[in-house]
Each structure stands twice: as C-alpha cells, then as structure tokens.
Design a protein around this ligand. Structure first.
Ligand SMILES: Cc1cc2nc3c(=O)[nH]c(=O)nc-3n(C[C@H](O)[C@H](O)[C@H](O)COP(=O)(O)O)c2cc1C
Length: 170
C-alpha cells in the first residue's frame, strides 16, 4: 500500500501558545512520516492566511460562510499511485479549513483510504469526518485522530500517533 501524507498547517500566532514557526498539524504530519516513511505533501495557500490569530479567524469564518475554494500553490503531480492518504489539518470553525476542500475537489479519491488527523483546541475532529464522508462518498474514511495543538510536542503523543497510523481498518 502506497501512502501519502497531505497536510495544511499555519505558522504564526497560534491559540494559547504565542507565535510558532511550524504549525501543529505540520509537526504531527512529520511524526506520521517518521514512522510510516510516507512522503509529505504540503498544501500551501496561494494567498497566505494572516499571521495574526484574530485576523485569521475572520478570514476563516468568511471562507466557511462562502464555502470558498481558495487556491493552493503546488498541485500534486500524481495522486493515482497512492492508496492511503493521511489528511492532516487544524480544526477551523468546527471542521477542516476550506483550502482542504479545494484539495479534495481537485482529485479523484475513489477507492482510496483517508485517514484524517486534526489538531484542535477543544473541538476535537469537530464535524470534519462527517464532512469528509459527504465530500468523498467513494472513498473510505477511517476514524480520525484528534490532537490538541498545544500538546502536540509531548513525547508520549508519538506512541498514540504510531498506533493510529498503522491501523488501516475501521
Ligand atoms: C481560524 C482558526 C479557527 C479555529 N477554530 C477552532 C475551532 O473551531 N475549534 C478548536 O478546537 N480549535 C480551533 N482553532 C485552533 C486550532 O485548531 C489549533 O490551534 C490547531 O492546533 C492549529 O493547528 P496548526 O498550527 O497546524 O495550524 C482555530 C484556529 C484558527 C487559526
């Protein structure tokens, strides 16, 4: 089984931990890669989100209301060769950021296994798993892994990530 780790993560002012150079979802994506050896693909917005937390929340709320499809920089050359997609994103307003929706709309995920990982500050996976199932009816969405962003550097989290990452059944 060939796997790919797709992540969107935002550096800058983060909830409760001040400014960070590397987003939390990116950190977890790298841990998944460390154990699975799967390659990483970063979803980068063409127009970066605000570094200021409150500004970014405003942008995210607007995008969510409009069901926006913000452009991303670097389309993937080939998704067909992958059977498993680890999809890593922060919880934004209860679900995945709209840039993830842009990514999902661009490719065919038929028969692929999707493993969502969501960093958050209290809402867990939110309704992102439900939304994934609705958006990708021909894919298999496996149970997600919610990780509190402000705790993502705790060493013991790695064991949880490792266990989850290798589970490819419901
Ligand atoms: C625009 C925005 C909206 C957010 N909405 C939520 C939310 O609804 N529920 C929640 O638990 N955390 C929310 N958060 C907190 C992030 O999910 C959390 O800080 C996460 O770890 C950020 O991951 P990242 O550093 O990879 O971007 C929000 C953060 C931002 C910037």
């Amino acid at each position: 089984m060939q796997a790919l780790i797709v992540y969107f993560s935002r550096p800058g002012e983060n909830y409760s931990v001040g400014y960070i150079e590397e987003g939390n979802a990116k950190h977890i994506a790298k841990v998944i890669s460390k154990y699975t050896k799967a390659p990483l693909y970063e979803l980068e917005p063409l127009t970066p989100y605000a570094s200021d937390y409150k500004e970014c929340v405003k942008e995210a709320v607007k995008e969510a209301k409009e069901e926006a499809r913000p452009a991303f920089k670097n389309p993937l050359a080939d998704i067909n060769k992958y059977d498993v997609i680890y999809l890593c994103y922060p919880n934004w307003c209860g679900t995945f950021p709209r840039i993830v929706a842009s990514f999902l709309a661009k490719y065919d995920f038929t028969n692929k296994i999707i493993k969502p990982m969501c960093t958050h500050e209290g809402s867990g996976m939110g309704f992102s798993e439900r939304e994934l199932a609705k958006t990708l009816p021909t894919a298999t969405i496996l149970p997600g892994l919610p990780i509190k962003g402000s705790e993502c550097h705790k060493p013991e989290i790695e064991e949880t990530i490792k266990e989850w990452a290798f589970k490819l059944t419901k």
